[in-house]
Write a protein that binds this ligand. Structure first.
Ligand code: SME
Length: 158
């Protein structure tokens, strides 16, 4: 599927959500759910070059979970990077240019833009952040943030 750079109109989030719900029906194991979400999202759009979860494994600490793409850093404190900011502020980080984000952690030198979303469980507890990197500048939009947050809510918070 050839998607024009930063053109997110082609990504059908409703269809992606239906696919993920069908694949994860009845599953409650977080790692199994994370692995399935990563696989389906990563292959849904050519803008996505690295897709993965960082799990909250201790106070103010994130550790890598299921991911697709090149090497991912193993652990990130809440005080560092785009992932740390998403966990600390419990809010979506939409970064058009990673080189202008203070303290961005470059796991891959090719990354140009990034989106990181907080992941909550059914009791509202932050359990992880979901991170997607792109080698394209300004690859992510509010439409991506809305579509991805809806999928994360459906899978982990219901
Ligand atoms: N860039 C992230 C670190 C994880 S890599 O993108 C896989 C950050 O700044 O937090």
């Amino acid at each position: 599927m050839s998607v024009a750079v930063t053109e997110d109109v082609h990504l059908d989030y409703a269809a992606l959500s239906r696919t993920i719900r069908a694949l994860t029906e009845g599953e409650t194991d977080e790692v199994a759910l994370m692995a399935t979400v990563v696989c389906e999202v990563h292959h849904a759009d050519s803008r996505f070059d690295w897709t993965g979860f960082y799990r909250v494994t201790g106070p103010e600490m994130l550790k890598i979970g299921p991911y697709q793409g090149g090497h991912g850093c193993l652990q990130i404190p809440f005080s560092r990077g785009v992932c740390g900011a998403a966990a600390r502020e419990k809010s979506v980080q939409l970064v058009a240019d990673v080189h202008s984000f203070p303290d961005h952690i470059a796991c891959a030198s090719s990354t140009r833009s990034e989106i990181v979303l907080p992941v909550f469980n059914a009791t509202g507890e932050l359990i992880a952040v979901f991170d997607i990197d792109s080698d394209q500048p300004a690859a992510f939009t509010q439409r991506d943030a809305d579509g991805l947050m809806a999928i994360l809510r459906e899978v982990f918070a219901t």
